[in-house]
Design a protein around this ligand. Structure first.
Ligand code: WQD
Length: 347
């Protein structure tokens, strides 16, 4: 049984990917320092799969502690690297925090991959690397434009580091997965997104507004050159993103990769506006959202969605969840969190 190391395993996409890997016969260990996640995710994973996963509470910036995980697990045959900070606004305010954490952590991890001769590596990248595209949908060969934020710059640098590192190693093959907008939650509502502090991303803002945690929400601009004036994104269910990681590992194990560092877009291929996302949520939840139209948000990309043909054709990836499923699972998860919080308050 192949053993996969998942970094950021307690996080939103990391925890869903661990579930998918376990359901597809892999053994898994996790590294997560829980600076931006809760160890609680591991119990959700166990409830869903019936399998216990060990999480090493290690900061990847600590090389010795990171190396010790590989020493204790010499049978690691693949690494899926999620652990990184990802708040666009925070990265503008504190760029050094992002360069140190996202780049230094990656370099330490790659030193271990080299020393322990790990053959397969999958990197969590982002559509952010495309910046504001000239044409949509974007393909994997669409131009990489200047990053709109230090966060985006760390994803572009991470891709470059991995391409150079992979070509310097014999026996290592790598895949870069460029996510569009991951949303929703596992259908069991035992794992999902837990934004720490005030959420920045659209769907958690919608669900927290609907549950009453936030008094209202703002649509950042409806005067863009789009069909209803609000920005267009490619929302993709987190479980579809998770399964693509399992397929990526299988693709490398079967040596189906065309190059030493193949790249895939992970999006549905459908562009959805902010107002359309809100309308879908209201339809699914039956809740009328309290929102107002406000000024544009600095750094926002106007319109981006994926051409996902490569991932579908090469990885055998099939999208299983639609926008309705995304909103429904996000809403059920939000209600679950709220219920748990109320219980804690009443104790
Ligand atoms: C989506 C749209 C906002 C909140 C995210 C992640 C980034 C990367 C790509 C992984 C925009 C609008 C939002 C609100 C709003 N993911 N919005 N009111 O900016 O596309 O980036 O996906 O790598 O890490 O941040 O996602 O959800 O923040 O915004 O109107 O209260 O929703 O203006 O048009 P974004 P988002």
């Amino acid at each position: 049984m192949s053993k996969i190391l998942v970094t950021g395993g307690c996080g939103f996409i990391g925890s869903h990917t661990i579930v998918d890997l376990l359901e597809n016969g892999y053994a898994v260990v996790s590294i997560d320092d829980n600076s931006r996640s809760l160890a609680y995710a591991m119990s959700g994973i166990e409830q869903i799969t019936g399998k216990k996963v060990k999480n090493y509470k290690v900061d990847l910036k600590n090389f010795d502690e990171t190396r010790a995980v590989f020493q204790e697990n010499p049978d690691i045959s693949g690494v899926i690297h999620f652990a990184a900070y990802k708040a666009v606004g925070e990265s503008v305010a504190e760029p050094n925090l992002y360069y140190e954490n996202n780049i230094f952590g990656l370099i330490n991890l790659l030193k271990c991959v080299q020393e322990f001769q790990v053959p397969h590596f999958v990197f969590s990248s982002s559509c952010t690397v495309y910046g504001n595209p000239d044409t949509v949908p974007v393909t994997e060969s669409s131009p990489i434009k200047k990053a709109e934020s230090p966060y985006g710059a760390t994803k572009q640098m991470g891709e470059q580091i991995l391409q150079d590192f992979t070509h310097s190693q014999t026996g290592l093959s790598t895949i870069l997965l460029r996510y569009f907008n991951p949303v929703g939650a596992h259908p069991s509502a035992l794992i999902g997104e837990i934004p720490l502090g005030k959420p920045q991303n659209l769907v958690p803002v919608i669900t927290q507004t609907a549950i009453g945690k936030l008094p209202k929400m703002t649509v950042y601009g409806n005067d863009y050159d789009t069909r209803d004036g609000s920005c267009v994104r490619d929302y993709i269910h987190v479980c579809d993103i998770a399964h693509a990681h399992t397929l990526a590992i299988q693709y490398l194990e079967k040596e189906k990769n065309k190059t030493r560092c193949d790249i895939f877009n992970l999006g549905t291929g459908d562009g959805v506006t902010v107002l359309e996302a809100i309308q879908m949520f209201e339809k699914v939840s039956g809740v009328k959202l309290n929102y107002e139209i406000g000024p544009r948000r600095a750094g926002d990309v106007i319109n981006i969605y994926a051409n996902n043909n490569l991932a579908v054709a090469e990885l055998g990836w099939q999208i299983r969840y639609n926008l309705e499923d995304m909103m429904r699972t996000a809403w059920v998860w939000e209600q679950k969190i709220h219920e748990a919080e109320q219980k804690v308050k009443s104790n």
